[in-house]
Design a protein around this ligand. Structure first.
Ligand code: HMG
Length: 389
């Protein structure tokens, strides 16, 4: 029998601030039901002026390093679509902040929200080659749309760190994967822009088409039948998307799509995304965190994962929680990461949204706002300066 490989530990971090959708609705005159029910969002994380994908990534991964040490980590793969540099991997800054050994390969991966799943699959390949090594996979993103645009209500920010190892303590990842790529312009962010450009309704169709393609490929490669899964973790740009996706999948398979069945399969994955918002690469793994932290014991019961990244690439695969996983989840810390956020008014949120680092890279000291473990202190000589608080 081959050695099981998968997620050995999982930890997440999010932004310093939170904006309630009630405040956004009061500003733009939207009926709150559209946010709470229509898209399934209650609040969104907003990073402080001295937070970015590096500080969130380091904050997410620090508890993993504290629990498992650094000796066996020989690779760090950081997936993001809110990259801070065209050349240097954000993971190299994280490597320093975490005190990882110099005998480590570090790289950044990008394909919209899908990148972390590529990172996970690449990590599994590396561990298969050398089962003694552990790979730190980090998904870190800040989702930013134009103010007063339809996408604004689906912003968010978070990082998920996962330690990938042989004989994992949480979830064993299975073969096969179902794959799908199609060149579509549903959502993209040219290098000169901070906020993404999106055709919202087109992006939902592109997501559903990619789900269909990935599921079809998964089935053709001998994957499990839909009825075998205890739950489905979908990429959640907003949590209602998980409901739409699952209904579409069941329909495609010619199965019953009643509301209760859809809610049972997807509901337990939405608790964190509903209050954090879209965290792009991290979103599907925040779904996993919520599911594993939930009331049901999923030991030995397959979970379906659908990772989607605009542009577009999708992958469907299965994972199985292993015996004893409930002793290794971080439920208390996860709840604390959400509860510690400070609520901002709409005006404060708008100021944070509009503030960006100088585009010419001029020297700049950032306002001291974060109460997290790491901060972006500023920029000097075009170099980003990070500190441990
Ligand atoms: P919109 O066009 O303003 O909203 O923005 P809408 O009119 O479509 O309404 C949304 C839902 O609320 C509808 O339900 C309405 O009926 C309902 P649906 O028909 O979809 O089931 N509604 C109400 N419900 C209850 N009470 C009410 C009420 N009023 C309306 N009073 C949109 C929605 C998602 C398009 C917008 O937020 C957007 O553009 N978001 C950004 C793009 C996005 O999230 N796309 C998702 C798929 S692409 C993806 O997942 C990739 C991504 O993560 C990026 C990446 O890969 O890097 C985005």
């Amino acid at each position: 029998m081959t050695t099981p490989i998968g997620i050995h530990d999982l930890s997440f971090a999010t932004g310093e601030f939170v904006l309630e959708h009630t405040a956004l609705a009061a500003h733009n005159g939207t009926e709150i039901g559209k946010y709470h029910l229509g898209i399934g969002q209650e609040s969104m994380s907003v990073p402080a002026a001295d937070e970015d994908i590096v500080t969130m990534a380091a904050a997410a991964a620090a508890p993993i390093v504290a629990r498992h040490g650094t000796d066996r980590i020989r690779t760090v793969v950081l997936a993001t679509e809110s990259s801070i540099d065209q050349s240097k991997s954000a993971g190299v800054y994280v490597h320093t902040l975490l005190g990882l050994q110099s005998a480590t390969r570090v790289v950044e991966l990008k394909q919209a929200c899908y990148g972390a799943t590529a990172a996970l699959q690449f990590a599994i390949g590396l561990v298969r080659r050398d089962p003694a090594q552990q790979v730190l996979v980090i998904a870190s993103d800040v989702s930013k749309y134009e103010l007063d645009s339809p996408g604004e209500a689906t912003q968010g920010a978070a990082a998920v760190a996962m330690l990938v190892a042989a004989d994992p303590a949480l979830v064993r990842i299975e073969d096969p994967s179902g794959l799908y790529t199609a060149d579509v312009m549903d959502f993209w962010r040219p290098n000169y822009r901070e906020a993404a450009i999106v055709d919202g309704h087109e992006s939902i169709s592109a997501y559903l088409q990619a789900l269909e393609g990935a599921w079809k490929d998964y089935s053709e490669h001998g994957g499990r039948a839909p009825q075998e899964f205890a739950a489905f973790c979908y990429h959640q740009p907003f949590t209602k998307m998980a409901t739409k996706a699952h209904r579409h999948m069941l329909n495609y398979c010619g199965l019953d799509t009643d509301d209760a069945a859809v809610a049972a399969a997807t509901g337990p994955t939405t608790a964190y995304n509903r209050v954090i918002g879209n965290s792009y690469t991290a979103s599907v793994y925040l779904g996993l965190a919520a599911l594993l932290d939930g009331a049901d014991d999923l030991t030995g019961r397959p979970i379906g994962f659908l990772s989607y990244g605009s542009g577009s690439v999708a992958e469907f695969f299965a994972g199985v929680p292993v015996a004893g996983y409930r002793a290794h989840v971080r439920t208390e810390e996860n709840h604390a990461a959400i509860a510690r956020r400070r609520t901002v008014s709409y005006a404060e949120y708008r100021e944070l949204h509009e503030r960006s680092l100088p585009v010419d890279g001029g020297d700049h000291a950032t306002a001291e706002q974060t109460t997290g473990p790491f901060r972006l202190a500023g920029i000097s000589g075009h170099k980003r300066l990070y500190t441990r608080r």
